[in-house]
Every structure is written in structure tokens, then in C-alpha cells.
Design a protein around this ligand. Structure first.
Ligand code: SF4
Ligand code: SF4
Length: 446
């Protein structure tokens, strides 16, 4: 049991450390810590194939993870802590189990996708269902992932800011690895650590194969939210899907949708009682009725998690309801439209229709790329880092240093205006401030 520290100190240190959700969204963690909750849930599902970060961190940093969770429970007043992991993360479970205090338990998740979608994780681990377009807090739950809570532990105990990032480099690379590097290191540098690509036509994803973002510039910096660098052949079906232009997506939907409903029958959000019916949204687009924003069915596109099941697994004729939803979401958000539908009954088949990971991996042709990517320790610092001022949801941080200043690793280099959503930024290497513009601060070693 942790004593002698107040929720106010925890909240302040988490905010000062610049912690954001390390799983990809980049939501400032202090905002979650400033709320009141009943359950604090650690999302350790890591259900995207090929990603191997949280499952290894949970094992190697078990004590920090539990402490981070305890600090989260103190800050939010949560009486119960749950660490949700898959049974296959056996060593992590064995390491954590003897360390658990009475108010924290491990929940074993089914090995399905998308068990890591926090709405689905909450349902699986607590039985509570988050209504569509609502936050987990609406059902009394706060969720953080493993790496985020380890960062919390360091921040509260040592006032250590977030300056490093652990990520997996996997797929068609010589030596798949999971490694921790200073934020601002380039993708090119971590690809070299993994021995480089093994194919002549590599395509690069930042994040998992289902929800990661295709990018082309290996000299982009690794951020607080980067989860992985995946290398796939550029003619892989997941890459072809991402490069398909929108006109072609719409044309495909119009010409070949047979309204078989499989996309809806396998949509995880729909299964747990959200309205979201992808087949009806496709139909609305096909009949040019997607601008009827008074229609709840069409507006429910706003509640799509973009998990990709409808596109990559369900649809037998290669239509992408998800891409249509993405386009509709952008349009509705620009118009300020909101979805207000209520939670419906749970589909009695929900538990049985969640997609086994093994089946997903085979269907999307990832068997040959799903390597273990063991965690390695390196004693290395880049000679230069580029640190984006916006690595989180909110406003960019404002530089508090000038070109030519000498800074040390961990020093504050950009801060937030009081009252604005966002987190401060710290130097990830020691060196001289080489450049500052509206988007980045560049530090180079002397
Ligand atoms: S699964 Fe494909 S064909 Fe079937 S309704 Fe959905 S989009 Fe149409
Ligand atoms: S991407 Fe498709 S399957 Fe996933 S939540 Fe959206 S509509 Fe449902």
C-alpha cells in the first residue's frame, strides 16, 4: 500500500512530466488523473498483431506498472484496479501475480481483436458497456495503457519527464526488436538497429497493421505516441487498402455491395450494443443519402473506432465501410454534427463473434511477419533529435528556450499556457538548441 502522497501531488507531477497516452491517441494523462472513478483499468491487451511493447514492459517493469496503477487509483479515488492481459502474456502474468495488492486483480482477456479498443476492454474486464460517443468515465472507469503507467511511476517517484519511447520494429526486417530510444530519434535510425528491411519494396507503418498510419519519410521523428515501425511489402493487401483513393472506395461500394450485413454482424461496437450498422451506412452512401445528418444511422459513423474489421476481415467483396466512415466523420465534425443515440441491448452472440487473433493474422497475410521482437537494451544516443511541439491532443507547447541555449536531458524546453489542454516538452538528449520553428525544437549534441 502506498502512503504519504496526496492526489494533488500525483496529479501535479503527472502533468509536469508531460505524460500522454502512449498507446497512440496522445490524450494528456493529467486530465484522466484529475477525474473521479470507481475502477482504474490497465489496458494491456496489445491486440494489434506484430506489436510487442506492453506485453514485455509488463513483465520487465512489473513493479513500476503496479505503482503507476496505484498512483492512478489514489489520484482518481478508484477503489479497484484491474490489469487486463491476454493469457499468452504468460511471463508477465506470472511476474505480476505475486506482487498484486488486495485491491488490484488481473483480468485475462480472450485472444481476440480488438480487445485493446478501450470500449471493448472495459466490457470484457468489467462487464460495463460504454454508451456510443461517451467516455469510459461515464461508466466509472479510467483506462491507461502499460507504458503510460510506467511513465506515471517514474514521474511521481523521481519527477522524471517523458523523454524516451519504447517501440517495436517488426515485419520484413532483418532482426525484429523492441527497443527504447530518446523521443525525436528517427525511424531510419531504429530501422538500422533492426538490421534494415529485407525486401526491395518496403512500405512503412507507424503503429499496428490494422490501425497504424502509412508514412513515407523515414527521417520523421519518433514521438511520445509512436507504438511501432512495421515494414510490409508495398503490394501487401493492407498497404493497397491504405493507398486506394476515395473515389475508388466509393465506386467499389456502389458497384459490388450485396448488403450481406457481414460487416455489421462482425462490427465489435455494434455487437456490444452501439447502433453503428456499417452495411446501412454503405447503403446510404450508395443511394447518396449520406448528407441526411438528421438520420441517426448515418450519424453513427461518428462512433466507428476504425478498427478495420469490416474492411480487412468481414467484407467478402473488398469494400471498406471503415473508409466511408472516416470520410463521413471528417464531414460531420466539420459541420459540428453530434451523434446522440443510446446504448442498445448487448447482442447475445457478442462474445462468440469477437475475432480470434490467429484467424485475423492468417486472413491478412501476416503469419510470415509476426516475429517475437524481443526487447533489447542499447547504450546509444542520437547526435540530433527533432522534438515536435504537438505530440498530444490539445494546443502545441510553447518553447521556453532559445536557439544556442545549452540544455540537459530531461530539461523543460516547451511549456503550456495555463488552462490550455496539452503537456510540456522536455529535452530527450543533452546538447545545443539548433533550431526552433512553429512545429519543432531541434537539439544537436555538441
Ligand atoms: S460486408 Fe461488404 S458486401 Fe456485405 S454489406 Fe458490408 S460492405 Fe456490403
Ligand atoms: S471499422 Fe468497421 S468494424 Fe470497426 S468499428 Fe468501424 S464500422 Fe465497426
Amino acid at each position: 500500500m502506498i502512503t504519504g502522497i496526496t492526489k494533488e501531488i500525483i496529479r501535479e507531477r503527472v502533468q509536469n512530466a508531460g505524460i500522454v497516452g502512449a498507446g497512440g491517441a496522445g490524450f494528456p494523462t493529467y486530465v484522466k488523473f484529475n477525474s473521479e472513478a470507481e475502477i482504474f483499468l490497465v489496458n494491456g491487451a496489445e491486440c494489434e498483431p506484430l506489436l510487442k511493447v506492453d506485453q514485455q514492459l509488463a513483465e520487465k517493469n512489473a513493479i513500476e506498472l503496479i505503482k503507476g496503477l496505484q498512483y492512478g487509483m489514489i489520484a482518481t479515488g478508484a477503489k479497484e484496479g484491474i490489469i487486463a492481459l491476454k493469457a499468452k502474456y504468460k511471463t508477465a502474468i506470472e511476474t505480476l501475480t505475486p506482487l498484486l495488492p488486495h485491491d488490484i486483480r488481473i483480468h485475462i482477456l480472450d485472444d481476440v481483436y480488438p480487445a485493446g479498443d478501450e470500449v471493448i476492454t472495459i466490457w470484457m474486464a468489467t462487464g460495463r458497456r460504454v454508451p456510443p460517443a461517451a467516455l469510459p468515465l461515464s461508466v466509472g472507469v479510467v483506462v491507461n495503457n502499460v507504458q503510460t503507467l510506467i511513465n506515471v511511476s517514474h514521474a511521481v517517484e523521481n519527477e522524471a519527464p517523458v523523454i524516451d519511447k519504447t517501440l517495436t520494429i517488426n515485419g520484413m526486417v532483418k532482426t525484429p526488436i523492441t527497443v527504447t530510444v530518446p523521443i525525436g530519434t528517427t525511424y531510419r535510425q531504429v530501422l538500422e538497429m533492426a538490421g534494415g528491411a529485407t525486401i526491395p519494396n518496403p512500405a512503412f507503418l507507424n503503429g499496428g497493421p490494422m490501425m497504424g498510419v502509412l508514412f513515407h519519410d523515414l527521417d520523421e521523428p519518433i514521438k511520445k505516441t509512436t507504438g511501432a515501425l512495421l515494414v510490409l511489402p508495398d503490394d501487401h493487401l493492407l498497404i493497397r487498402r491504405r493507398t486506394q483513393n476515395m473515389n475508388s472506395v466509393v465506386a467499389m461500394a456502389r458497384t459490388v455491395c450485396e448488403q450481406c450485413c457481414l460487416c455489421t454482424e462482425l462490427c465489435p461496437r455494434h455487437l456490444i450494443g452501439h447502433e453503428l450498422p456499417p452495411h446501412l451506412i454503405v447503403r446510404a452512401v450508395n443511394y447518396q443519402k449520406a448528407d441526411q445528418t438528421e438520420c441517426s444511422t448515418i450519424l453513427s459513423a461518428l462512433t466507428c473506432s476504425e478498427c478495420g474489421i469490416c474492411e480487412a476481415y468481414a467484407c467478402p467483396v473488398e469494400i471498406s465501410p471503415m473508409r466511408l466512415n472516416q470520410a463521413l466523420k471528417a464531414q460531420f465534425r466539420a459541420e459540428g454534427a453530434k451523434y446522440t443515440g443510446e446504448l442498445r441491448p448487448l447482442n447475445p452472440m457478442a462474445e462468440y463473434r469477437m475475432l480470434p487473433i490467429s484467424r485475423l493474422i492468417t486472413r491478412i497475410d501476416l503469419d510470415r511477419m509476426n516475429h517475437k521482437a524481443p526487447m533489447i537494451n542499447i547504450d546509444w544516443m542520437p547526435s540530433k533529435v527533432v522534438l515536435p511541439l504537438l505530440q498530444h491532443i490539445g494546443a502545441p507547447a510553447k518553447p521556453v528556450v532559445a536557439v544556442g541555449d545549452r540544455v540537459t536531458r530531461g530539461q523543460l524546453i516547451a511549456a503550456m499556457d495555463a488552462g490550455k489542454l496539452g503537456v510540456p516538452l522536455h529535452a530527450s538528449i543533452s546538447g545545443i538548441i539548433q533550431n526552433i520553428d512553429d512545429h519543432n525544437i531541434v537539439i544537436a549534441q555538441e
